[in-house]
Design a protein around this ligand. Structure first.
Ligand SMILES: Cc1ncc(COP(=O)(O)O)c(C=O)c1O
Length: 366
């Protein structure tokens, strides 16, 4: 099978091996602190009895599933705790395809590259719907692309890489389209705590047997290395997803789940607000410098990413490598996210050196 291996690892390796100081803006690894209660939970865990060092229940710690369910207004039975949003997306896409109501996965262009990769791995066919220049998805275009072949529509809001946040009306329409074609809307909401616009609307707001919501604590608690996420399935789809999760993983990290539970219970809204404030400031600093450099750029309504376009410098892998070597800034090639952003580069604002990076870019493209 011809798997599509995401380019992230290649670019990170290239930046690591560079012969000079490189500001890493490749992937979405937060550089800020996790909640203090998460560190406390981990410390506490080290001294627990050996029985807590054994398998967790496969679908996740009961108390964690209950906590997630209460916060999201669903039944705990609908929640499967996963190895991050990555596994949650995999389980959801597999579940949609194995219903045998079509073999096509509708994706957006630009797209988070792991979705087409997973589609191919699972034997599904990719079909792309273009967003507009701001990254907004027009439900009419999705409706035109949907058919009885559609197994799932996979969307991500707030969006990586565009920074778009889809309005409630779009989410309602996407659920309706999935229902019309007996398909599943899969809504990846891993950046929900980084909505900078106040406009974020979860697909959970539209009750339906045709939508799955995926999420994780990777970004919201700045713990991408922990691998704790979840998917919320309609009651009739959850059982087979649990089986797949069990067969692939047995269970998810127990200390990670314990620490996340502690952090969920004890962390107030000010933690998340602080992180949004920092991000807002970085967006402003970075885009001001891009403006001064005469570049075209996006101003994200959410997520961690700014896309920039420099005249005569398309977003190819070769150009990304050149930028690492010659400017000391590592980003991602736009072409990794689909045809529509081939001219663009993507920068993740997860470094305190955002200002310096922007200055290096401005000087390089001067
Ligand atoms: C849109 C999107 N979904 C999922 C993930 C992966 O999340 P996790 O680390 O929780 O698997 C990322 C990570 O960058 C992402 O950007």
């Amino acid at each position: 099978m011809d798997y599509e291996t995401p380019l992230f690892f290649h670019v990170m390796e290239y930046a690591d091996a560079a012969d000079r100081d490189v500001i890493d803006m490749v992937s979405g690894n937060p550089d800020w602190e996790p909640p203090e209660a998460l560190r406390e939970g981990l410390r506490e865990y080290a001294d627990l009895e050996p029985d807590r060092f054994q398998y967790a229940p496969s679908a996740g710690l009961r108390e964690l599933r209950a906590e997630i369910a209460a916060r999201r207004g669903v039944d705990a039975e609908q929640v499967v705790v996963t190895n991050g949003a990555g596994e949650a997306n995999y389980l959801s896409m597999a579940r949609a395809l194995e219903r045998n109501r079509g073999n096509e996965i509708l994706l957006t262009d630009p797209v988070y590259p792991y979705y087409p990769g997973k589609t191919t791995m699972l034997g599904g066919a990719q079909r792309f719907v273009a967003t507009d220049d701001e990254g907004q998805l027009d439900p009419t275009a999705v409706r035109a692309a949907a058919s009885d072949e559609t197994a799932a529509i996979v969307v991500n809001t707030p969006n990586n890489p565009t920074g778009a946040v889809y309005p409630a009306e779009t989410m309602r329409e996407l659920v309706a389209i999935a229902e019309e074609h007996d398909a599943i809307l899969i809504s990846d909401e891993v950046y929900d705590h980084y909505d900078l616009s106040g406009e974020f609307a979860s697909a959970l707001e539209t009750d339906s047997a045709h939508r799955i919501v995926t999420n994780a604590f990777s970004k919201s608690m700045a713990i991408t290395g922990f691998r704790v996420g979840y998917a919320i399935f309609p009651p009739e789809l959850v059982s087979d997803a649990r089986s797949r999760h069990m067969l692939v993983n047995v269970a998810t990290t127990r200390p990670g789940q314990y620490a996340v539970l502690q952090a969920l219970r004890e962390t107030g809204p000010d933690y998340y607000e602080r992180n949004r404030k920092r991000l807002r400031k970085r967006v402003e600093t970075f885009t001001d410098a891009l403006e001064a450099a005469g570049a075209e750029y996006t101003t994200p309504s959410g997520s961690f990413y700014v896309m920039a376009r420099f005249e005569g410098y398309p977003g190819t892998l070769a150009n990304v490598e050149r930028l690492i070597d010659e400017a000391g800034v590592a980003g991602m090639p736009g072409e990794a996210f689909g045809d529509s952003r081939r001219e663009w580069l993507r920068f993740a604002l997860v470094t305190p050196r955002v200002e310096e990076a922007a200055e290096r870019l401005a000087a390089y493209f001067d």
